[in-house]
Design a protein around this ligand. Sequence first.
Ligand SMILES: *[C@@H]1O[C@H](CO)[C@@H](O)[C@H](O)[C@H]1NC(C)=O
Ligand SMILES: *[C@@H]1O[C@H](CO)[C@@H](O)[C@H](O)[C@H]1NC(C)=O
Ligand SMILES: *[C@@H]1O[C@H](CO)[C@@H](O)[C@H](O)[C@H]1NC(C)=O
Ligand SMILES: *[C@@H]1O[C@H](CO)[C@@H](O)[C@H](O)[C@H]1NC(C)=O
Ligand SMILES: *[C@@H]1O[C@H](CO)[C@@H](O)[C@H](O)[C@H]1NC(C)=O
Ligand SMILES: *[C@@H]1O[C@H](CO)[C@@H](O)[C@H](O)[C@H]1NC(C)=O
Ligand SMILES: *[C@@H]1O[C@H](CO)[C@@H](O)[C@H](O)[C@H]1NC(C)=O
Ligand SMILES: *[C@@H]1O[C@H](CO)[C@@H](O)[C@H](O)[C@H]1NC(C)=O
Ligand SMILES: *[C@@H]1O[C@H](CO)[C@@H](O)[C@H](O)[C@H]1NC(C)=O
Ligand SMILES: *[C@@H]1O[C@H](CO)[C@@H](O)[C@H](O)[C@H]1NC(C)=O
Ligand SMILES: *[C@@H]1O[C@H](CO)[C@@H](O)[C@H](O)[C@H]1NC(C)=O
Length: 861
Amino acid sequence: MGISGKYYSTGCSVSSGLLPICFCFSFIICFSNSIDIISHTQYIKDPESIVSAGSQFRLGFFSPTNSTDRYVGIWYNNIPEFTVVWVANRQEPLNDSSGTVMIDSNGNLVVLNGRKKVIWSTNVSNTAKSSIAQLSNSGNLILKNGNNNETVWESFLHPSDTFLPTMRLGTALKTGEKQLLTSWEDDSLPLIGRYSASIVPLDIPQIFIWNGSSPHWRSGPWNNRIFIGVPDMHSVYLDGFNLEANPKEGSAYLTFSYVSKPDFMRFVLNSQGKLVEYRWNKRKNDWFVHWSVPNTECDVYGKCGPFGSCNAADSPICSCLKGFTPKSTEEWSMGNWSSGCERRTQLQCQRNSSNGEKEKADGFLALKMMKVPDFADWSAADHEKQCKEQCLNNCSCIAYAFDDNIGCMSWSRNLIDLQKFSNGGVDLYIRLAHSELGAGRNDPKAITTTVVLVVVVVIGTTIMAVFIYFLLRWMATQRGNLLIMILKDIFWSGKKKKKRVLLGEASKELSDIDMLEDRIKQGKSIDLPFFYLEELAIATNNFDAANKLGVGGFGSVYKGKLWGGQEIAVKKLSKSSGQGLEEFKNEVVLISKLQHRNLVRLLGCCTHGEEKMLIYEYMANKSLDALLFDPAKRTLLDWKKRFHIIEGVGRGLLYLHRDSRLKIIHRDLKASNILLDKEMNPKISDFGMARIFGGSQDEENTKRVVGTYGYMSPEYAMEGRFSEKSDVFSYGVLLLEIVSGRRNSSFYLHPDPSNLLGHAWKLWNEEKIWELIDPILGERSSQVEILRCIHVGLLCVQEFAKDRPTMSNIVSMLSCEISTLPAPKQPGFIERQISSDGDSSQNNRSVCSLNSISITMTEGR
Ligand SMILES: *[C@@H]1O[C@H](CO)[C@@H](O)[C@H](O)[C@H]1NC(C)=O
Ligand SMILES: *[C@@H]1O[C@H](CO)[C@@H](O)[C@H](O)[C@H]1NC(C)=O
Ligand SMILES: *[C@@H]1O[C@H](CO)[C@@H](O)[C@H](O)[C@H]1NC(C)=O
Ligand SMILES: *[C@@H]1O[C@H](CO)[C@@H](O)[C@H](O)[C@H]1NC(C)=O
Ligand SMILES: *[C@@H]1O[C@H](CO)[C@@H](O)[C@H](O)[C@H]1NC(C)=O
Ligand SMILES: *[C@@H]1O[C@H](CO)[C@@H](O)[C@H](O)[C@H]1NC(C)=O
Ligand SMILES: *[C@@H]1O[C@H](CO)[C@@H](O)[C@H](O)[C@H]1NC(C)=O
Ligand SMILES: *[C@@H]1O[C@H](CO)[C@@H](O)[C@H](O)[C@H]1NC(C)=O
Ligand SMILES: *[C@@H]1O[C@H](CO)[C@@H](O)[C@H](O)[C@H]1NC(C)=O
Ligand SMILES: *[C@@H]1O[C@H](CO)[C@@H](O)[C@H](O)[C@H]1NC(C)=O
Ligand SMILES: *[C@@H]1O[C@H](CO)[C@@H](O)[C@H](O)[C@H]1NC(C)=O
């Protein structure tokens, strides 16, 4: 070890009885070097320490707050808050600063006090004098046998009160291995406290926090994904937890590793018996509580006793399950619920029907969103029905629950530690005598509920009838197909709209467009397949970077493969983009209504907490810009293919502007938004910025200018006015790009017309326009068609929107249905617009020089 001789003399060795002298030239030097090992020849003495190789953690001597005792521990090295994650001599503190940490002659790591007495030891036998203890950058102190490099001991398998990423909490009944988190006695005393946490690997593994030897909190069963008694848990992908269990061996290991790991995080079992997840807040330089249990009184194990159910939202929190009464009404009314409840009517299967009377069979009552009781028995079952039958046929089974991932859970003992959640949990079915299953005759609460329900239904029906009557009357005065659409949409939209219709204010402009916009604003659901996050995580191999297809304006796109083998593209909207949700809803609503072979097809969507994703059909040949602007791949695009793309995009755009039920302005048409399927058919994608127009509306003003410079029409870029003609402008730029094979959009505020449009305009006027054509397109036969496309392109990018042709004209021009084309006028240069505005300094906006990145900005007007 090269470092060893540098700051410690070579005589820095431990020989029996003689305390070696360490030559530490300066305090600073000792602390700034990065020694991460303790070996037989290299030890530390209070207040020295060692630092892990990545300098995340430090091992040394410390005193807890309000204490003078010295302990050997590990803490975070590079955060300002002193946070201990592991303590060696918890049970035996040093009362002065004479302590030493070293490898003893047996090869164990030991802590010695001033009198050379061993006060703590790793106490393993299979090691040798040459062993080395190394502090890893994950905070693990590892003792390796120097002879064979075998790990003989590690602090991660002997935790204190903290659970760190990559650590493992396990129990193996066969080998007796068990990791326990143990709380400190109090915040200034690392002594082992009364609380501990561990995994119980019975049939279905659960995590427990223990208060002494009695359970204090229970996670509920692990279903291969989450603990079903922890309602705010999501999945291994989001929470990072994973549990490997082998019920036959009686072992279970909990590990955790994050998909997107936060910088610093830790779970601590604190001295009050709470398991708290802390994360580091970089900005505030402080820890914050991300999650903790037990959180409410209801989380405390067995709060309501046997057959009692706890609901934190109720007052009192405890109640007996239906069909049960408090065992001791007096205690129960005093708020001492621990005695629990007992069955009111014996189960039919438990009674002896020798007296001949025929009893109706027992049944099950479903309780929704429950934390299931402790002591579940597991049995295999494919579906809930099978589980129910198994339970019904065994009189000792008093409850069951079914979970797709676990199978059948059943209970035969007292039902203890039940909780009703407001979200999460599973359905629990409890067995009751037939007479208890009625409509709750004895329950005044139920009767009130029924009465209220009836009244609500009656009133509701009356209102509906009146409403439909007026609606039909109004319809009688109107005509046209639109009405059917409106009728359909009226039932989606809010009250206000109904009123407007009733009052007869509705005109033909009040089409489904309004309704759609309403729905966008209200974020209502639409008919679209919904994907689970996990499904997508599996399909994309956990959003692996290798599957990334690209990064768009609002997030990344990943390639994935569903179970059935269908290939998909998943657009994961970035959480950081403030516009995310609005654009998301916009796109989902819009595109789910659109059907055209030149528009990319949306297969579904997915929202999960803050995660929002769109699932599209996969386009084998990626986006147009990837081909067109790649010198090597460009050669694959002959004129026939390019013209096919030009036509296809034109038709797609025409559909958006005219042929679909709605008038839609895409607002961000560009080469990277044109995707190509395996037959090279172009499809327009990315409707995140598209806007729906009312039928009579031709232009709209927006304060939020979104889009991509270089494709933006001058009136839109400068004044925020957009119309279908702004899409036409973008289409023109695209057309010229396809013909020239050159990307040239970074021209904002460019002094000379060196951009594509300026260049094309110059060549046009010099009658050398053929110079614009991509030299790869050598075919003479198609020259005329190519020149025609350039001409159309120039018409599209004319400065004034009114001069530009409409999409339907463009499609006709391209297909030669319109044979004579007008001469193009000057293209819209943004430079000119600025100079005509006079004062350019007032028009300073964020200038984006990146070519194809969508930018969004708010106009400061
Ligand atoms: C330390 O002592 C002060 C004063 O007695 C007290 O306010 C504080 O809570 C103590 N801190 C800890 C961690 O015990
Ligand atoms: C420290 O503890 C030892 C016993 O472990 C005791 O003999 C010694 O006097 C103590 N020193 C102080 C300063 O309390
Ligand atoms: C060391 O381990 C042995 C058994 O392996 C045990 O008997 C002994 O008490 C332990 N000593 C300490 C100090 O933990
Ligand atoms: C132990 O491992 C280290 C690095 O992992 C290596 O340099 C060393 O040679 C190994 N020693 C033995 C005895 O295998
Ligand atoms: C733990 O158990 C003790 C003794 O039974 C009790 O006094 C204490 O309140 C319990 N702790 C909690 C947090 O319930
Ligand atoms: C609650 O009731 C149990 C018996 O059911 C009794 O042992 C316990 O002392 C009571 N607790 C309180 C706080 O009254
Ligand atoms: C009911 O049957 C059980 C066994 O099934 C028996 O032990 C019990 O004595 C019987 N009770 C009566 C009242 O017949
Ligand atoms: C009925 O259930 C109990 C408890 O789950 C179990 O021990 C017993 O074997 C079951 N009986 C039958 C016939 O399945
Ligand atoms: C387009 O995709 C198909 C199928 O993946 C492939 O055979 C073809 O070569 C691709 N074309 C280009 C130009 O990349
Ligand atoms: C734009 O293209 C023209 C010719 O096609 C070229 O001279 C000019 O440098 C390009 N400008 C940018 C900013 O790429
Ligand atoms: C606009 O930009 C110019 C040059 O970058 C700068 O001198 C001027 O102060 C800016 N004006 C405003 C209003 O930000």
